[in-house]
Structures are given as C-alpha cells and as structure tokens.
Ligand binder design. Sequence first.
Ligand SMILES: NC(=O)c1ccc[n+]([C@@H]2O[C@H](COP(=O)([O-])OP(=O)(O)OC[C@H]3O[C@@H](n4cnc5c(N)ncnc54)[C@H](O)[C@@H]3O)[C@@H](O)[C@H]2O)c1
Length: 339
Amino acid sequence: MTQNSRRVKVLVTGATGFIGSHLVEALLRRDCDVIGLDRRSPYTDPIARHNARSFLQKPAFSLVVADLIAANLASLVDGVDCVFHLAAVPGVRPSWDRFDGYVSANIESTGRLLSACAEAGVPRLVYASSSSVYGENSTASREGDVAQPISPYGVSKLAGEQLSLAYAKRPGSSLRVTALRYFTVYGPRQRPDMATGRILAAALTGGQYTLYGDGAQRREFTYVSDVIDATIAAADVRENAAVVNVGGGTSVSMTDLIALAREATGKPVPVKVTSEQFGDVTATEADLTLARTLIGYQPKVDLRTGISRQAEWLRQLPPELLGRYISRLQNEEVAACSI
Ligand SMILES: NC(=O)c1ccc[n+]([C@@H]2O[C@H](COP(=O)([O-])OP(=O)(O)OC[C@H]3O[C@@H](n4cnc5c(N)ncnc54)[C@H](O)[C@@H]3O)[C@@H](O)[C@H]2O)c1
C-alpha cells in the first residue's frame, strides 16, 4: 500500500458495513484517499450511520451511496490503486429463500466491478471471500482443497471469488487479485444477525439465544482488526492470482463460545435449543500456513479478549441499535452462525 510520490487512492465497496467500516478507518490512518461505496446510506440507515460516524466527515474520505449493479463504475475506479471489494449480501440461511438477491449482489455486481477495473487498468483488487466456500471439511481447510459449498451463499461467494481470479489470469491482464477467505468475523459493529453479538445481547438483556444444534458445532472466530491487517497486507501480494485463508487461530464449539460470553458479561446466557439448520457446516477451521508466508499474517487478538471488547461495545451501544440485536433474539429466521 505504498506509492513513492503521491497518496494512495483506494475504493472500498461495502464501506458502511461491519468489516468495510473498520477497513476504511484503517486505510485513512495510513493516509490513503478513500472512496467508500455502499448502497446503505448513513443518512437513512442507523446501523450504517453508526458504523461510518468516525470517518464520514474526514476530508480524505468520500462516500458514494449507490448499488454496484447500476452505479457508474468507470468514473469510480478511474485512477484507483486498489479496490477492496467487500460489498455482498452475507448470511447462510436466508440464501435458500432469496437467492436472486445473492446472485445480483455477489456475482453480477462483482462481474460489473471487475469489468470496470480491467477497462480502467486498475492494478489490484482484494476480494472478501468466505470460509463457506469450503463446505464440510473434517480437518483444517487449506486453500488447495476442493471447494464444495453447501449453501447458496457459499456458492455465490465462490462464484465471485473465481470470477475475480479469472480476470486476473486473463492473458494480458494487468489486474492482480488476492481473494481472502475470511473465517467468521466478530468484534464491534458485527452484523446483528451473527451469533456472537446475539449471544452477548442475550446475556446483557436477559433475552433468549436460539442455538441451532447441540452446541458441538465449531467455528474459527476471527477478530475484526486481524481481518483488517490481513486485508491491507493482501494489497501487496506479488502473485497475479492468490487465495488466502484468514482465521483467528483456533476453532471453538458454540458451547465454549457461550461460556466465554458468560465470562465476559458476568451474566448467564439464556439458551433455547432447536434443530440444526441446513447450510451451516459442522465445523470450520483454517490452515494459516499460506497466510503466514504470503502476507505475514498472524492473528493477534485471542477469542477471550475479542469477546470482552465486543461485549464492551454492545454495552455502549445506543438503545435503538441494541434493539436490533434484541429483536433478532426473538426472530428465529436468522442463521445460527452466519459466515
Ligand atoms: N462477517 C463475516 O463473518 C464474514 C465472513 C466471511 C466473509 N465475509 C464477507 O465480508 C464482506 C463484508 O461482510 P460484513 O459482515 O461486513 O457484511 P455487511 O452486511 O455488514 O457489509 C456488506 C455491505 O455491502 C453492502 N452491499 C451489499 N450489496 C451491495 C451492492 N450491490 N451495492 C452496494 N453495496 C452493497 C451492504 O449494504 C453492506 O453495508 C462480505 O463480502 C462477506 O461475504 C464476511
């Protein structure tokens, strides 16, 4: 992320989302000029407003509220040194019912963006892929494993990832692509549909957390600042087309996660147990060998510390935003552990 004589100019898609807003902050701290694109406006959406509040007025930041499927991308990517493509519709379980939205946002929009980047000669793109592309794996997932997603969401992320790599591998292409397979990301500003925040909110408010399955389901949880370090480092990868896992370093059961939430809040977590959801894999675990060698990645925040920080953030949240988490506690239409 360095240019000798001038400031680096980047485009972040999904800029007012959970991970995107942390990325914008980190890039601004590195003196980049940042264009943020998102279809959620901070002027109308309270979560987007909360996420973007630290950088919305910064002179080095400009926000474009637009949908990637229709935006004028040629002018947006003009002169950009790196595109960080995080915009997507996330979540495993709703993808069974609303796949058209996933196709439009995660595949077609990615195609439009890649075409605009190729046309404008953008040199680099970092794609936010997902551990969900792996499907069921009984051992730690490696980038060379056959990807066999078991949810429509995973399929859409794999399509976006492979499309990005295809653009990089095209003969004569000047676009280098690094796809990062994030493993369940948590921390402040986490999406309200995700498990960690709902478990903590249940503890803090006395609401009930719906656990899908027997609690033995395991996830590799990754603290958001570690994900951001990896994402920025990925912009300097020399390979034309690379895929790299980004995990937190350990895989833990949902039962252990609930115990950590109890410890962090000092309160019990009321749990209602229900059946497993199809599309949620039994376990995720990342092999981080390639991440270490290719981007010098080493997760720094352990789960206990990260959960405490997320609990503290939830405690400080304005009541109307905490309400978003609480309403999810009563709504079983969300995935047990969206990834
Ligand atoms: N959170 C995780 O655990 C996790 C794990 C693996 C991969 N990922 C990937 O990381 C990225 C960010 O995830 P997140 O958890 O921050 O989600 P998020 O929903 O908080 O952020 C995504 C943002 O993208 C925007 N967006 C979606 N479609 C768009 C479109 N067509 N045009 C413009 N904006 C659009 C949304 O409005 C949203 O603000 C996604 O690509 C997701 O698939 C996340």
